[in-house]
Design a protein around this ligand. Structure first.
Ligand SMILES: NC(=O)c1ccc[n+]([C@@H]2O[C@H](COP(=O)([O-])OP(=O)(O)OC[C@H]3O[C@@H](n4cnc5c(N)ncnc54)[C@H](O)[C@@H]3O)[C@@H](O)[C@H]2O)c1
Length: 432
């Protein structure tokens, strides 16, 4: 059975150490704070957390948990390090890695010249890239060893909340191990074998990003609920009831819907209704910065798409799909209309294939919108997909109207799929 050294015995480290020893692992807490070490060794919890004092007392008495300030001794007696030291903001707002780097260096130095196998698991919250570009070389250099065989480095972000930390440790949303070596990832998951949760091994950057995505999402949810509540109050509506009902829609609201990164949104409702809300806030002298930031954020995503296309260096563009989603001919505020308008303005030769759109059938506001934004749309539309394929140098996929067509078999053009290419790492994209 693995023996574990937990570096940092604060909220995350102490809960982790106590729960790991409860689950049968021989565990040593390591901290530079002598008071925390002494408290742990006396069977007291160094942090206030419901249930933790009892658990620490029980585990110390059972001889499975102890603490030390001596890094070398802790490393010599263990197989796995869990790093749970603080990563506060520095003066610029960037994540401070000073404590993590010190621990990594000490671990490396302790392993230098030995044949000890060791798995270094970063549990502290760090931006993607720090483990790969800073900690990995630091560990390799200080251990004077190539990583990947005897010495591994992984991450294992923590999702617990203070005040219910033990409960969250025991019932996490998932257990994530980030590892470049699958066996090292499995070794991390094995620490949680008595915990009933989905367990996933992924790459270290994805694991690190997941933690930030969760916290950013939680913060955005709170900000959103508060802004909707404040707006509701200004209308004399009941914000609590509004948000309660919002949450009861598990089809579109509290669900996976709209949570897949892809292309910008558009259509006849979302932009218009966001503008109405933020305009009302302005008139009521209210600040709703989160809601106000959504349309600019959407425009920034559209700008990324334009840059992506421009970076390909091709002038003849074939766009598949013009309406904001397949199956509608509603072009009002379609982000693809804005995309085409911008590309044409910059001298691109654009043709569009969208069988759902017929100029003669466009009416009312839909027609007025197109007349204003793309008056020459008729000249840009082609009726057959083959016409588009013979025109372009670069195929741009907008909506899903051609998803059942094997474009790669029919065209040698480079393909940019706006639903994937803006958000998928280059190494995972297969020409689309
Ligand atoms: N607190 C939470 O609810 C929570 C939840 C999930 C993730 N996290 C992340 O976990 C990490 C730890 O957070 P925390 O709240 O437990 O921090 P904390 O400040 O409570 O504890 C950090 C501990 O690390 C010790 N330490 C500092 N430098 C050290 C060194 N060089 N060697 C050994 N020990 C050292 C400190 O003395 C302290 O005891 C952070 O990255 C945080 O973002 C925190």
């Amino acid at each position: 059975m693995s023996r574990i050294a937990v570096f940092g015995t604060g909220y995350v480290g102490c809960v982790t150490a106590a729960c790991l020893s409860r689950d049968g692992f021989q565990t040593i807490g390591v901290d530079i704070d002598a008071e925390k070490v002494a408290a742990l060794n006396a069977g007291d919890s160094p942090v206030a957390e419901p249930g933790l004092a009892e658990l620490v007392a029980e585990q110390v008495a059972a001889g499975r948990l102890r603490a030390t300030e001596d890094f070398r001794e802790a490393i010599a007696e263990t197989d796995i390090a869990m790093i749970a030291v603080g990563t506060p903001s520095d003066r610029t707002g960037a994540v401070s890695t000073i404590a993590v780097e010190k621990v990594i260096e000490s671990i490396g130095q302790s392993l230098r010249g030995t044949d000890q196998s060791y798995n270094v698991v970063v549990r502290s919250t760090l931006l993607p890239g720090i483990l790969e570009n800073r900690l990995t070389p630091l560990l390799a250099e200080s251990a004077d060893s190539v990583l990947g065989d005897r010495i591994q480095i992984c991450n294992n972000p923590e999702f617990l909340r203070e005040s219910v930390a033990i409960r969250d440790y025991d019932a996490p949303p998932f257990v994530i191990a980030g590892a470049s070596n699958p066996a090292a990832g499995e070794e991390v998951l094995n620490l949680y074998r008595s915990i009933d949760a989905e367990k996933v091994v992924t790459d270290t950057a994805t694991a690190a990003m997941l933690k930030y995505a969760c916290n950013a999402y939680h913060a955005a949810k709170i900000g959103f609920a508060n802004e909707i509540g404040a707006l509701a109050r200004s209308f004399d509506a009941d914000g609590q009831q509004v948000m309660d009902l919002v949450c009861r829609d598990t089809k579109l609201n509290v669900s996976r819907a709209y949570l897949r990164p892809g292309f910008a949104f558009g259509g006849s409702c979302l932009p218009k209704d966001l503008r109405a809300l933020t305009r009302h806030a302005e008139e009521a002298a209210m600040k709703v910065s989160l809601l106000r930031s959504i349309l600019p954020s959407n425009q920034e995503h559209l700008d990324r798409a334009i840059r992506l296309i421009e970076d390909r260096g091709k002038k003849k563009i074939g766009l598949i799909g013009l309406s904001f989603k397949a199956g509608t001919d509603d072009l009002r505020e379609s982000p693809f209309v804005t995309l085409v308008e911008t590309l044409i303005g910059r001298g691109y030769d654009v043709k569009i294939f969208d069988p759902g759109i017929s100029i003669s059938r466009l009416k009312g506001r839909n027609l007025a919108y197109i007349d204003q934004r793309l008056p020459h749309l008729a000249a840009l539309l082609v009726e057959e997909l083959d016409q588009l394929l013979s025109h372009g140098e670069l195929l741009v996929l907008g909506n899903d109207i051609a998803d059942d067509v094997d474009l790669k078999a029919r065209s040698e053009d480079e393909i940019v799929d706006l639903r994937r290419c803006l958000v998928t790492p280059d190494h995972e994209r297969v020409n689309a």
